[in-house]
Design a protein around this ligand. Structure first.
Ligand code: SF4
Length: 366
C-alpha cells in the first residue's frame, strides 16, 4: 500500500529523540493505547511494545484489551487486518507504515485464488465441493474470508498439521495458500509424499502448470508462494555450520524448503524456536534458520548460549523493517492530537467470513 513520506520533522529525528517522544505519548495515553511488536521487528521498535509475539499471539493479545481505543501494530499489513478482525468494532487498529506488507502474503490475491477455483471446477475428476481451502495466517483478510465462506480454515505455523488433518477429514483434498513450503512440510509431517500426493499451483499458468490427471490425483494443491527470508536457508549452510561449530543444534522455521527442514534437528514456529532455545541448557549451541532480528535478540538475551543465524549474509525481513521508530513516533503523536493516521480496516462482509475462518481454526485446533 502507498505510504506518504514522513514529515521532515519526523524524518530528521534521532533514535534517542524518537524514543523519548514515543514514551511521552505512551505515558499520556495510558490504557487507551496498546502497542504490539512482532518478533521480527528491530530492537529500536520492539522496546516500545506492550506485547511481543508472532502474528496470531499478538492479535489475541489485542483482543484481551477491549478498553484500548487504539491498537498500534508494529508488524505487517495482514497482521493489522487480523487484529482488526479479532478486536471490537469501536477499536482502531493502526499500522505505523502502510508500506509494511508481507511479500509472501502478496503472492496470492483474491482474483488469482478465485480464478484457480474456477479452473479447478472444469477439471475432470476434481470436485470442488470436496476441496477444503486452507490459508496460512500470512494472507490478506479477503483470502481468509474466501476460505471461511467455503468451509475451510486458517492455520498458523504452529497448528498447520492439526488444521490440515482436519481439512482432509472434511474433503478429498486441500488447496493450501500462499506458502507452498509450509503446505509441503505439513503434508510430509502427516505422512504424505511430497511428489506423488502434491502438486504446485502457479497462478500465472493455465491449470497452475499441471495436467488434469495430476490435479485429480493430488491430495495437496500448494500455491506457488514462499517467504523471501526463509527460502534463503540451505542444506549447505546447515552442513557448513555443523562443520564450523561442533555440537551445534539446528532449528529452522517450517517456511523453509523441505530439504532444509529435513536436514535440521528441529523445526517450528517462531514461538517454538524461542521456547526451545530458552529452555535449553546453558552452554548449548544453536544455529537458527529464521529472521535475523529475532536471532540477534535471542543471542543478546541468552548470553550463556551460543546462538548464530544459519545465513552468514544476514536475512532481515525487509518489509517488517519499514516500521522505523520515526514512523511509530509520527503515528503516536498524531493519535495524541486526535488525528488517526494509517488506520487498517477490514470491510464488514470480509470481516464476517474471515472471522468464521479464524473461529473455525480456534475450534479445530483448540
Ligand atoms: S518474514 Fe517472510 S512471511 Fe514473515 S512477514 Fe517477512 S516476508 Fe512475510
Amino acid at each position: 500500500m502507498y505510504q506518504a513520506p514522513l514529515p521532515q520533522e519526523y524524518a530528521d529525528l534521532t533514535i534517542e529523540e524518537a524514543d523519548a517522544r514515543i514514551e511521552n505519548v505512551k505515558r499520556a495515553m495510558g490504557s487507551r493505547l496498546v502497542i504490539l511488536g512482532h518478533h521480527y521487528q528491530r530492537d529500536d521498535v520492539i522496546k516500545h511494545a506492550d506485547y511481543r509475539g508472532d502474528s496470531y499471539k499478538l492479535a489475541k493479545d489485542a483482543s484481551r484489551h477491549p478498553e484500548a481505543e487504539f491498537i498500534v501494530f508494529c508488524g505487517v499489513h495482514f497482521m493489522a487486518e487480523s487484529a482488526d478482525i479479532l478486536t471490537g468494532d469501536d477499536q482502531i487498529v493502526i499500522l505505523p507504515n502502510l508500506a509494511a506488507g508481507c511479500s509472501m502474503a502478496d503472492m496470492a490475491n483474491l482474483f488469482q485464488v478465485r480464478n484457480c477455483w474456477k479452473q479447478l471446477e472444469t477439471v475432470p475428476g476434481v470436485d470442488t465441493t470436496r476441496i477444503i481451502p486452507v490459508t496460512y495466517i500470512n494472507s490478506a483478510a479477503n483470502l481468509k474470508a474466501f476460505v471461511g465462506e467455503r468451509g475451510g480454515t486458517v492455520c498458523t505455523s504452529t497448528n498447520a498439521p492439526t488444521a490440515v488433518a482436519w481439512a482432509l477429514d472434511q474433503g478429498d483434498k486441500v488447496l493450501f495458500f500462499p506458502d507452498q513450503h509450509l503446505g509441503r512440510n505439513t503434508g510430509v509431517k502427516l505422512g504424505f509424499d511430497a511428489e506423488a500426493d502434491m502438486c504446485v499451483w502457479d497462478p500465472f499458468k493455465p491449470l497452475g502448470g499441471n495436467t488434469p490427471e495430476k490435479l485429480a490425483a493430488a491430495k495437496f494443491i500448494l500455491w506457488k508462494g514462499h517467504c523471501s527470508v526463509h527460502q534463503r536457508f540451505t542444506v549447505a549452510q546447515i552442513e557448513e555450520t555443523r562443520a564450523r561449530i561442533p555440537g551445534v543444534q539446528v532449528v529452522v522455521h517450517p517456511e523453509c524448503e523441505l530439504d532444509v527442514v529435513e536436514a535440521a534437528d528441529f523445526n517450528g514456529s517462531t514461538e517454538y524456536i524461542i521456547k526451545l532455545i530458552e529452555s535449553a541448557e546453558p552452554g548449548s549451541k544453536w544455529a537458527v534458520g529464521t529472521e535475523i532480528n529475532l536471532v540477534s535478540r535471542l543471542s543478546n538475551e541468552l548470553p550463556d548460549r551460543e546462538i548464530v543465524c544459519l545465513d552468514p549474509l544476514i536475512c532481515p525481513c525487509s518489509t517488517m523493517y519499514r516500521i522505523h521508530p520515526s514512523f511509530l513516533c509520527w503515528t503516536l503523536e498524531n493519535l495524541a492530537k486526535g488525528n488517526v493516521v494509517n488506520q487498517v480496516t477490514v470491510p464488514p462482509k470480509v470481516k464476517h467470513f474471515a472471522g468464521v475462518a479464524l473461529e473455525r481454526m480456534l475450534t479445530v485446533c483448540a
